[in-house]
Design a binder for this molecule. Structure first.
Ligand SMILES: Nc1ncnc2c1ncn2[C@@H]1O[C@H](COP(=O)(O)OP(=O)(O)OP(=O)(O)O)[C@@H](O)[C@H]1O
Ligand SMILES: [Mg+2]
Length: 244
């Protein structure tokens, strides 16, 4: 841990964060399908488990656990082996069960968090809460309960949020952006007929952070944050152009 920061192990990304996440903070990582949200989150947990001795828990609302192991394997990570070390835990559940568990002190979830000494937690993804209610007030209340529950456990939590162009405003209608301490955005950008990936830190309470947009790639071994997109404007609006 650098300067009390929770490092992700993604070098260029930790630099953008001023060393890493703030301990105990809630971080929203949002991006379109396939941008690398799950990969980033897994890397954060694996780095914690293997390099920082910080046990992690991934809670997934996806229905197919096996695809998780397979996707991780394609990035060179043997999740089962890390799970066996006791420093990585994977839990496949539903948003309903998760919410109820978080609120009951005797739940399996709370026992696990305490007994395994979980310090890093990932929710994949918070967008699944959106289908629990169509009422924005209720959704906000729901997100607040999740945030309070996670803060009570003092874990550093990464919440993944799915984003698509048409759902842009809907997906974040519950005001989750206001509830979290930090927001990281992953984006596809089209430059000269090629798709590239861009990462930026949009907000980080209580800390300075880089405002730049950097290029990243997903490769075996994990996410690699590369150079700044220099001399380009409009990257996040979806119509990048060269500054002349
Ligand atoms: N071994 C690999 N080499 C290069 N790229 C890879 C490799 N494995 C996965 N990827 C890339 O990672 C992408 C998937 O990343 P990931 O599953 O983390 O995205 P996601 O944002 O969680 O997606 P979703 O919204 O569907 O859950 C793939 O679309 C692929 O482009
Ligand atoms: Mg994913």
């Amino acid at each position: 841990m650098a300067d009390g920061r929770v490092t992700t192990g993604i070098k260029g990304f930790d630099e953008m964060l001023g060393g890493g996440f703030l301990p105990g903070s809630l971080v929203l990582v949002r991006g379109a399908p396939g941008t690398g949200k799950t990969s980033l989150a897994l890397q954060f947990l694996i780095h914690g488990a293997t390099a920082c001795d910080e046990p992690g828990l991934l809670i997934s609302f996806e229905e197919f656990p096996n695809s998780f192991y397979r996707d991780a394997e394609s990035l060179g990570w043997d999740l089962r082996a890390i799970e066996e070390s006791g420093r990585l835990h994977l839990m496949f559940t539903s948003p309903e069960v998760f919410l109820a568990s978080l609120e009951s002190p005797d739940s399996r979830l709370n026992h696990l968090i305490r007994e395994a000494g979980i310090q890093r937690l990932v929710l994949d993804s918070v967008s699944h809460f959106d289908r629990l209610t169509s009422d924005p007030q209720e959704l906000r209340h729901l997100y607040t309960s999740v945030a309070n529950g996670l803060r009570r456990e003092r874990v550093t939590a990464v919440l993944l949020g799915e984003e698509s162009r048409s759902m842009y405003s809907r997906a974040f209608k519950g005001g989750i952006s206001f509830i979290v301490d930090a927001i990281v955005m992953l984006r596809y950008v089209e430059i000269e007929s090629a798709m590239q990936r861009a990462i930026t830190v949009l907000k980080m309470r209580g800390s300075n952070h880089a405002k730049e947009i950097r290029r990243y790639e997903i490769r075996p071994g994990g996410i690699q944050v590369l150079d700044v997109f220099a001399g380009r404007a409009g990257l996040l609006s979806g119509s990048p152009h060269r500054i002349v």
